[in-house]
Design a protein around this ligand. Structure first.
Ligand SMILES: C[S@@+](CC[C@H](N)C(=O)[O-])C[C@H]1O[C@@H](n2cnc3c(N)ncnc32)[C@H](O)[C@@H]1O
Length: 168
């Protein structure tokens, strides 16, 4: 039985979930979704990433640049885990964003003072039991690209300065 809590756009989300569940394609049993996490993507975008990760074409790694606190990473990893497919490589230098220093939200300020977004990122993976489905790389994207092992990539997602999604 799929159990998914709703966020601010319950009707649209319910519609998408109903569609996918009806087609037998969403094999998740989640009490909550990454929609609950702090981050930079809408629920529809997250669900789209999850479905691409679960059912997208080709074979090869799923790579993300700009993981921040793990919201998009979690959607991607829940998708590929649900169908037993490839892990997600999550690349970020995990430095706090500058707005966090002056944020009115104490959680932002705590992350800023900690000097890294990585502990919250890891806690969020744990929350969704997807630690084993994600390979984090703590590095600048250019550095990570230089050390890439040459394995095929089937899906690439990046939200740094611009949004970019490509399925190969
Ligand atoms: C807008 S946030 C990404 C939001 C995230 N995908 C989400 O789900 O909420 C952009 C992230 O990209 C990272 N970033 C920006 N440029 C980078 C670079 N050249 N190398 C590594 N990480 C970078 C920042 O540290 C930040 O965590």
């Amino acid at each position: 039985m799929n159990r998914i809590s709703m966020d601010k756009e319950p009707d649209r989300l319910a519609e998408i979930i109903h569609f996918t569940a009806m087609h037998g394609k969403l094999l998740l049993d989640m009490a909550e979704t990454p929609a609950a996490l702090r981050g930079y993507l809408a629920t529809e975008e997250g669900v789209a990433l999850m479905l691409l990760s679960a059912h997208g074409p080709g074979a090869g790694a799923i790579v993300e640049i700009g993981s921040f606190l793990g919201k998009s990473t979690s959607w991607l990893a829940l998708g590929s885990k649900s169908t037993g497919r490839e892990k997600v490589t999550a690349i970020d230098w995990f430095r706090p964003l500058s707005f966090m220093a002056e944020s009115s939200d104490p959680e932002d300020r705590a992350i800023y003072e900690q000097g890294s977004t990585y502990p919250v990122f890891l806690a969020n993976l744990k929350r969704f039991k997807i630690e084993a489905q994600v390979t984090p790389i703590v590095a600048a994207s250019a550095e990570a690209a230089e050390t890439w092992n040459g394995d095929a990539i089937r899906a690439f997602y990046s939200l740094t300065a611009t949004i970019f999604m490509r399925v190969f």
